[in-house]
Design a binder for this molecule. Structure first.
Ligand SMILES: C[S@@+](CC[C@H](N)C(=O)[O-])C[C@H]1O[C@@H](n2cnc3c(N)ncnc32)[C@H](O)[C@@H]1O
Ligand code: SF4
Length: 384
């Protein structure tokens, strides 16, 4: 049994499960929209889902909303408007709530972006991946480099807060090509950049049929050079893959990494919800049709589990140690209800191996800890 003195900040995640085409590296819960996706019915299901979840978040204010996917920019603007209007009617939203929408450059039109903004979207996250036509083709994207650049320009003209997603260590990519992508991204002056090392996820076309990838040494060199280039351009490296201009960090993702709460609605969405005496994780049914149907009978939650003391230590660290500057020691007890001494043995072990630094106020991964994050996290798997 744990006891929380106060509940952490609460975010809302909304999953939109369709894409124009499935990318061969992607293991997100996204499905090719063959023909017309049943958008109207899905929006109704999302609203039912939220209504049924309300008792679990009663009275709590939503700090951030994130429409993720899939490709949320495929949503008809009128439907997104309807959704946001319902959210406002059902939930207390913080005055300055951050409201992000993910978009694919192949689905961008200036007029759509203007409509999204008018509905209340104030941050846009664009899946650029690369500005190189060959790279884009090799990773099966639906857009080319010119469309990627144009989409970023429209996004930056429309929104005050824009993130560009880039991936590196792409098939046959050279160090020069990876750095040219970052240089082009910086030239566009987005407020936020995410640079992900391409990973071969199980159950993807790339996993079954691996393309020729840069070797480990080359991709490590890419990572270092990318970090240096972004630092020089004024982007602070605040999480494993996230970089931002001062004050422009993504508040929604920060809430995940600081072990805040989130209600996830939509197909396959995950939630983490705290109550004074317990913390729950939930997952909704993954398949859009199953999900939509089961919202009619309030049976759309496929699994729910209460986190144990051991889960809490590990799961907190799995998130918070992604943050380059670590976390305030007091945050651990605030979010888990457990004293930091629960982790003493693992903390001492990690410190002795040079993977972690701590003083009375802060716990942070060292540079080596950031590089070998999995080894560092292993130590928190079975605390005493
Ligand atoms: C849900 S997608 C966001 C937007 C939109 N669906 C798109 O792709 O344009 C989230 C991001 O995760 C990254 N990503 C997806 N699969 C990845 C993988 N296997 N390895 C590394 N990054 C990946 C991509 O940069 C992608 O933009
Ligand atoms: S568009 Fe984005 S979510 Fe859809 S398959 Fe590609 S990477 Fe995955």
């Amino acid at each position: 049994m744990i006891q929380l003195q106060q509940l952490p900040p609460l975010s809302l995640y909304v999953h939109i499960p369709w894409c124009v085409r499935k990318c061969p590296y992607c293991d997100f819960n996204s499905h090719e929209a063959r023909g017309e996706a049943p958008q109207q019915a899905y929006v109704q299901a999302l609203i039912r889902d939220l209504e049924q979840a309300l008792p679990q978040i009663w009275g709590r204010r939503i700090q951030t909303i994130f429409f993720g996917g899939g490709t949320p920019s495929l949503l008809e603007p009128a439907l997104l408007d309807q959704l946001l209007a319902q959210f406002r009617a059902l939930l207390p939203l913080a005055l300055n709530a951050e409201v992000t929408l993910e978009a694919n450059p192949g689905t961008v039109e200036a007029s759509r972006f203007a409509e999204f903004k008018a509905s209340g979207i104030n941050r846009l996250s664009l899946g650029i991946q690369s500005f190189n036509d060959d790279s884009l083709q090799r990773i099966g994207r639906i857009h080319d480099a010119a469309q990627a650049k144009k989409a970023a320009e429209i996004a930056l003209d429309t929104f005050d807060q824009v993130n560009l997603d880039l991936m590196y260590a792409l098939p046959q990519q050279t160090l020069q090509a990876a750095l040219a992508d970052i240089r082009q991204a910086i030239a566009l002056k987005p407020q936020h950049l995410s640079a992900y090392h391409l990973t071969l996820e199980p159950n993807t076309a790339f996993h079954h049929n691996p393309p020729p990838l840069p070797d480990d040494d080359t991709s490590a060199t890419m990572q270092e050079a990318i970090e240096d280039m972004l630092a020089e351009a004024g982007y602070g490296h605040y999480e494993t893959s996230a970089f931002a201009l001062p004050g422009k960090q993504c508040r929604h993702n920060l809430n995940y990494w600081q072990f805040g709460d989130y209600l996830g609605i939509g197909a396959g969405a995950h939630s983490k919800l705290s109550f004074p005496d317990r913390i729950l994780r939930q997952a909704r049914f993954k398949h859009p049709a199953t999900y939509m149907q089961s919202t009619e009978t309030n049976t759309h939650i496929e699994s729910e589990r209460k986190l144990t003391r051991n889960d809490l230590g590990f799961e907190f660290m799995m998130n918070a140690l992604r943050l380059t500057n670590g976390f305030p020691v007091a945050l651990f007890q605030e979010c888990t209800g457990l004293p930091i001494s629960t982790l003493d043995k693992a903390l001492r072990q990690a410190e002795a191996k040079g993977l972690l630094l701590r003083d009375h106020l802060t716990i942070a991964p060292t540079q080596m800890g950031q590089r070998f994050l999995n080894e560092l996290l292993q130590m928190f798997l079975e605390p005493d």
